[in-house]
Write a protein that binds this ligand. Structure first.
Ligand code: 6PG
Length: 467
C-alpha cells in the first residue's frame, strides 16, 4: 500500500492531526517508538480512514509514496534531531520533512542547510490551536522551499481551519520563516493573556467585582469587536466550579506561579537582537517571571503598603475598560506585526503580512475578529511598517486612547500591576512622538565616554568637552 503522508510522534498533537488528515481521505502512516501508541492508533480509525501505525522507521518510510511527505510532531530541541537521524537512512532525494513543533528558528535554519545537502527539503511549520485545533482545524505556519510546498499544499489546505472558506495556512517564506511567525504568534499570545489577567485583577482585586459579573463582561466582549478565542475561554474559565472542594470557582484555587516553555521569551530576545521594540511582549514575559517569586511577594505584601486613592467609580471603569482593552489589544498586534516586518527584512523571509493576518483569523490561539481589520490594513498598504499608521485602526485608537489612559491611571491609583496595559500606552506615545528625549542620552554618552553625537541642524559627527 502507498500512503499519502507520514507522521512521526503519535502524542496527542500527532495523533489528532493524523486523524484530521484521515477524515479528509488522505492515507496516513504513523511512527512512534512507543509500541502501545503505535498499536492503539489503528483502533481509533473510523470506517473511511486508511491509517497504519508502526514502531519501525524503515517500515514507516517504506509505506509512504515517493517522493515522501513526512511530518514530525515531537518536542522541540533534541527529539527533533533524534527523529531526523532515525529517518535519514531510509529517506531519499526529493523527500519533504516538516517539523510541526515549536522549534527555535535558528535550529530550523541549521536543519534546512544540513538536509539540503542530502537533497531533502526541510520545513519548519508552526501549528496553533492546541489539541482540538489539530483534530478539527488548526492554523498552520509553514516555511521552507516554495516549490516543495506545492506538494504539501493540498493536504495542509484540507486539514486547516477555514474562515469564509479560506484555509488558515499559506506558504510564508524560506528557511525558518514559519517558525519565526509562530514564535511571534506566541509572543502576542503571551501579551494578550497577560492583558486579560490584568483586566481581571483590576476588577476583582481593585474593585471587588464578583466573579460572575466579570464573567458576564468577558462573555459580552466576545460578542463585540473584542471577540476572540482568548476572551471566549476566559469567560468559560470564570464559570468553572471547583470539584475538589465543591466551593467556588476552580480558578481561585489555581496557583499564581506561571510557567512557560520559552517561545514568548524567544520573541523578546530576538526582538532585542533585531531592534524591534515589543514592550508589551517583554512585559508579559516579565510578569510570568515575577509571578514565580511567590515567597518574596508574600513577604513584600506585608511591608510595602499603598492606600487606594482612586476616584474612578465601578460604573465608569466598566465603561472605559472595553475601549481600553481594544486600544491595548491592537497595540499588541501592532508590535508583533512590526517585529515581523523588521525580521522579514533582516532574515530575507519575504513575509506577506496580509497573508499572516489572514491565516491567524481562524484556528489559532490569537484568532480574533480584529484580524480581519488587520488583514485589510495590509491589503491596502502591503509595506505598512506599523499598524498604528493604518487610517482606520489609527482613527479607532485615537478615539479610544482617552479611555485607555483613564484605565491605566486607575490601575496605578489602586496599586494593581498593569505591565502590559501601561506598556501599550507608552508604546503609542513614543511612536507618535516627533521628538523623543533621547538627545539627552546621546549627550550623556558623549559626556562620560566620548561616544560622539550627531546634530539636528548640520551634518557631521561631534564630540564636546561638556565641562
Ligand atoms: C498554540 C500555543 C501552543 C502552546 C504554547 C504554550 O499556538 O497552540 O501557543 O503552541 O500552548 O507553546 O506556551 P507556554 O507553555 O510557553 O505558555
Amino acid at each position: 500500500e502507498e500512503f499519502d503522508f507520514g507522521i512521526v510522534g503519535l502524542g496527542v498533537m500527532g495523533r489528532n492531526l493524523l486523524l484530521n488528515m484521515a477524515d479528509h481521505n488522505f492515507s496516513v502512516a504513523g511512527l512512534d517508538l512507543d509500541a502501545e501508541k503505535a498499536a492503539s492508533l489503528e483502533k481509533e480509525a473510523l470506517e473511511n480512514h486508511t491509517i497504519k501505525g508502526t514502531t519501525s522507521a524503515e517500515e514507516f518510510c517504506g509505506l509512504i509514496r515517493k517522493p515522501r511527505a513526512i511530518m514530525l510532531l515531537v518536542p522541540a530541541g533534541k527529539p527533533v534531531d533524534a527523529a531526523i537521524k532515525s529517518l535519514l537512512p531510509f529517506l531519499e532525494e526529493g523527500d519533504v520533512l516538516v517539523d510541526g513543533g515549536n522549534s527555535y528558528f535558528p535550529d530550523t535554519d541549521r536543519r534546512v542547510k544540513e538536509l539540503a545537502e542530502k537533497g531533502i527539503h526541510f520545513f519548519g511549520m508552526g501549528i496553533s490551536g492546541g489539541e482540538k485545533g489539530a483534530r478539527f482545524g488548526p492554523s498552520m505556519m509553514p516555511g521552507g522551499n516554495a516549490e516543495a510546498y506545492e506538494r504539501l499544499r493540498p493536504i495542509f489546505e484540507a486539514v486547516a481551519a477555514k474562515v469564509n472558506g479560506e484555509p488558515c495556512v499559506t506558504y510564508l517564506g524560506q528557511g525558518s520563516a514559519g517558525n519565526y511567525v509562530k514564535m511571534v504568534h506566541n509572543g502576542i499570545e503571551y501579551a494578550i493573556m497577560e492583558l486579560i489577567a490584568e483586566t481581571y485583577d483590576l476588577l476583582k482585586r481593585g474593585y471587588g467585582v464578583e466573579d460572575s459579573k466579570i464573567q458576564q463582561l468577558f462573555a459580552k466582549w466576545n460578542e463585540s469587536e473584542l471577540s476572540s478565542f482568548l476572551v471566549e475561554i476566559t469567560s468559560e474559565i470564570l464559570e468553572k466550579q471547583d470539584e475538589v472542594t465543591g466551593k467556588g470557582l476552580l480558578l481561585n484555587y489555581v496557583s499564581d506561579a506561571a510557567k512557560s516553555k520559552g517561545t514568548g521569551k524567544w520573541t523578546s530576545q530576538n526582538a532585542m537582537d533585531i531592534q524591534a521594540p515589543v514592550p508589551a511582549i517583554d512585559a508579559a514575559v516579565q510578569m510570568r517571571d515575577i509571578s514565580k517569586y511567590k515567597e518574596e511577594r508574600v513577604e513584600a505584601s506585608k511591608v510595602l503598603k499603598w492606600k487606594d486613592n482612586s476616584e474612578t467609580s465601578e460604573e465608569q471603569i466598566f465603561e472605559e475598560l472595553t475601549d481600553a482593552f481594544y486600544f491595548a489589544m491592537i497595540n499588541i498586534y501592532a508590535q508583533g506585526m512590526a517585529q515581523l516586518f523588521i525580521a522579514s527584512k533582516e532574515y530575507n523571509y519575504g513575509l506577506n503580512l496580509e497573508e499572516v493576518a489572514k491565516i491567524w483569523r481562524g484556528g489559532c490561539i490569537i484568532r480574533a475578529a480584529c484580524l480581519e481589520d488587520l488583514r485589510q490594513a495590509y491589503t491596502k498598504t502591503p509595506e505598512l511598517p506599523n499598524l498604528l499608521m493604518d487610517e482606520k485602526l489609527g482613527k479607532a485608537l485615537q478615539e479610544k486612547q482617552g479611555a485607555a489612559r483613564n484605565v491605566v491611571k486607575t490601575f496605578i491609583d489602586k496599586g494593581i500591576p498593569a505591565a502590559v496595559f501601561t506598556s501599550t500606552i507608552s508604546y503609542f506615545d513614543s511612536y507618535r512622538s516627533e521628538i523623543l528625549p533621547t538627545n539627552m542620552i546621546q549627550a550623556q554618552r558623549d559626556y562620560f565616554g566620548a561616544h560622539k553625537y550627531e546634530r539636528n541642524d548640520q551634518e557631521g559627527i561631534f564630540h564636546t568637552e561638556w565641562v
